[in-house]
Design a protein around this ligand. Structure first.
Ligand SMILES: [Zn+2]
Length: 184
């Protein structure tokens, strides 16, 4: 079974991923959580010791080597979880689709980049998924459900030609609804 958890930043995707993995751990299943090494916000300890449950957390590079490592290591577990899938090449989706034959795969990722364009890996994952869980955040401007991630540079919408991947938190990104999402 392949479950895709998708949405903008601040929608609680990681929380939902961990919540689901924990249920399998309580049920005695062997689970592993993979995270890309690019994500500076990642604290291995917080995943490894969440709610006192031991989750096997593995940090892998977001490249072809990382995808191969997930495929090889993932085969040893009943439950394979991957967070921040948008950082990996689209081949990750094919590998997770294969792993989902005979085990549970739960993968979370950003739906759209700051321009509002789909991340290929997340889009491919959604196509393979048996179930897609689409989470929303809260629009910083109007308070309605937010499906977009707004990138800001000095408080203004980021220019369209700026790099696709910029790791950041609340000072760089905001959740926005369709109406309030802006690209410069
Ligand atoms: Zn709004």
């Amino acid at each position: 079974m392949l479950v895709a958890i998708v949405g903008p930043m601040f929608a609680g995707k990681t929380t939902e991923l961990i919540r689901r993995v924990e249920r399998y751990v309580i049920a005695g299943r062997r689970a592993v959580v993979f995270k890309p090494s690019i994500d500076a916000r990642y604290d291995p300890a917080s995943v490894a010791a969440h709610n006192g449950l031991k989750l096997n957390a593995v940090v892998v590079p977001p490249d072809e080597g990382g995808v191969k490592a997930i495929y090889k290591l993932g085969q040893r577990y009943d439950v394979v979880a991957v967070d921040e899938v948008q950082f990996f090449p689209p081949a990750l989706a094919d590998v997770l689709n294969k792993l989902a034959d005979g085990r549970v795969v739960i993968a979370a990722g950003l739906n759209l980049d700051f321009r509002g364009e789909p991340f290929e890996t997340t889009a491919r994952l959604m196509a393979y998924a048996d179930r897609v869980i689409s989470l929303t955040a809260v629009c910083k401007i109007c308070g309605r459900p937010a499906t977009r991630t707004q990138r800001l540079v000095a408080g203004k919408p980021a220019p369209r030609d700026s790099p696709r991947i910029v790791v950041g938190g609340v000072e760089t990104y905001e959740a926005r609804c369709r109406l309030h999402h802006r690209v410069n």
